[in-house]
Design a protein around this ligand. Structure first.
Ligand SMILES: *[C@@H]1O[C@H](CO)[C@@H](O)[C@H](O)[C@H]1NC(C)=O
Length: 235
């Protein structure tokens, strides 16, 4: 009897403790990720959707000895579009890409994100979710892995509000794959922000198919949607 009472107490405590810190601006329950047809690499996750970010930044490459570019990482700023009507996602992605692509070199990613609200009122209450960058693989120390880090922005004060991902699937961008980087599925290897991350609706970022070894590294602008599933935090 006592055991039963204790287990009810523990269950009640667990239920109270269960929801993690929230940004608490809207529900993302009705948002549907744009899954490309006719492929098996990207699989719809079972974990619930947590955030949708519109990323704008650069993809960096170095020219290898075989005359092809390899990725040396990326840097991006993520604007929260979780609370924007999903019917506007494609148009907003195109608009942000147009602005970012045409911005002179002297204009930073941060300057663009600050000015988005003057370009489209969907961004009037926009919030910077966080930053995307690469770090040495934190488990093996071999190679670099992408990290999404909300600890300096929307989830300030939550030390584990980041996720380091490992690629689990990729497909060529459904439109203009020579210009637009692949769509990706990544699984978490560290952090509490998400269990899976998807890079979808990419614009730009794809390097030329060949290069001359010895030529300087390149940095190409890109925009993409990042969809976050699972994790200990939510909208
Ligand atoms: C990528 O290139 C930009 C310059 O365009 C630089 O600021 C950034 O640090 C580079 N990041 C990585 C991961 O190489």
């Amino acid at each position: 009897m006592l055991g039963h009472t204790l287990s009810i107490l523990f269950l009640a405590a667990a239920a109270l403790a269960a929801p993690g810190p929230k940004i608490a601006r809207c529900s993302v329950a009705n948002k549907q990720m744009p899954m490309p047809a006719g492929q098996t690499q990207l699989v719809n996750p079972t974990a619930p959707l947590s955030f949708i970010g519109l990323g704008l930044g650069v993809q960096n490459y170095t020219c290898g000895s075989t005359g092809t570019f390899t990725s040396t990482g990326a840097v991006a700023e993520l604007v929260d579009i979780s609370c924007v009507d999903a019917s506007r996602y494609t148009a907003l992605t195109d608009m942000v890409w147009a602005v970012w692509q045409k911005a002179p070199k002297s204009i930073s990613i941060q300057t663009i994100t600050k000015s988005l609200s003057s370009v489209d009122r969907s961004f009037a209450s926009s919030l910077i979710l966080g930053q995307h960058y690469f770090i040495p693989n934190p488990i093996t120390g071999v190679g670099i892995n992408p990290k999404w880090d909300f600890t300096s922005a929307s989830l300030k004060g939550h030390a584990n509000a980041f996720v380091v991902g490992a690629k689990a699937g990729n497909v060529a961008a459904p439109s203009n794959p020579a210009a637009n980087v692949d769509w990706l599925m990544l699984n978490s290897i560290q952090g509490d922000l998400a269990s899976q991350i998807f890079r979808m609706e990419t614009r730009g970022g794809q390097p030329p198919s060949s290069c001359t070894p010895g030529t300087p590294d390149i940095s190409l602008k890109y925009v993409s949607q990042y969809w976050f599933f699972g994790g200990a935090f939510s909208q």
